[in-house]
Design a protein around this ligand. Structure first.
Ligand code: ADP
Ligand code: MG
Ligand code: MG
Length: 213
């Protein structure tokens, strides 16, 4: 049921906040290569605010949609930075695809992830290869949709998609950043992966572990 889905979402946010805490220094270091070094700080603020809001909503009996919307608003209010605005959009557009009263199906989850990717592209205008989180998010969304359409369980499909996202995030190391703050220092970014792609893949892998439990 959607309330069970809301508790899964809340549990996922618990693990996301913990994972981001552990990676924050590295994310900041990656962002300092060609950006302003605040990606770890912003992601921590956003993930903690999202976790607290999701837990409050889920424990009050909210469904999946409301739980994700509350997390989206909290993340956007607290995180700061481009990635904070983008993560609020990701969570909001996923929420809009999910109901509060009906069961959440794997087809709906895949559609929600694709809608989130579309929202990020619409907002930030990043093309594949411009060294942003879109470079991890697009292969993730596509793999998830393909595997769900082929009949894989959500756990299996998400797990494979997370693996694809991790690879894609590391492959951004070869690219030159041409968007966002990194664009003026894009050359310096070559050899080092995009911080937003790395944190996206980390969140994908973390959620995969929660779904597998
Ligand atoms: P800021 O750049 O405002 O300091 P962060 O450091 O938190 O914000 O986030 C930087 C990350 O945001 C980048 O590594 C990249 O993945 C992502 N990003 C920046 N601009 C865009 C964009 N136009 N589209 C998609 N992702 C973007
Ligand atoms: Mg930054
Ligand atoms: Mg910044």
């Amino acid at each position: 049921a959607s309330r069970a889905a809301a508790q899964t979402i809340s549990a996922a946010f618990d693990e996301i906040a913990t994972a981001i805490d552990g990676a924050a220094d590295e994310l900041g270091r990656l962002d300092a290569v060609a950006g302003d070094g605040d990606h770890g700080i912003g992601m921590r603020r956003g993930a903690h605010a999202g976790r607290d809001a999701a837990r409050a909503a889920a424990d009050a009996g909210a469904g999946a949609q409301t739980t994700l919307l509350r997390a989206a608003d909290a993340w956007g209010d607290r995180a700061g930075g481009t990635s904070g605005v983008i993560w609020a959009r990701i969570l909001r557009s996923m929420a809009e695809q999910l109901g509060d009263t009906s069961d959440v199906t794997r087809t709906e989850v895949a559609a929600a992830v694709s809608a989130a990717r579309d929202a990020v592209v619409e907002f930030g205008k990043a093309k594949i290869g411009q060294k942003t989180m879109v470079d991890a998010m697009t292969p993730f969304a596509d793999e998830l949709s393909e595997r769900v359409a082929a009949g894989d369980s959500l756990v299996d499909a998400w797990s494979h998609a997370a693996g694809v996202a991790e690879e894609a995030a590391q492959e951004t190391a070869a690219l030159k950043a041409t968007l966002g703050r990194a664009k003026s220092h894009g050359d310096k970014s070559v050899g080092s992966p995009d911080p937003g792609a790395v944190s996206f893949a980390l969140i994908g892998t973390t959620v995969s572990d929660v779904l597998a439990q």
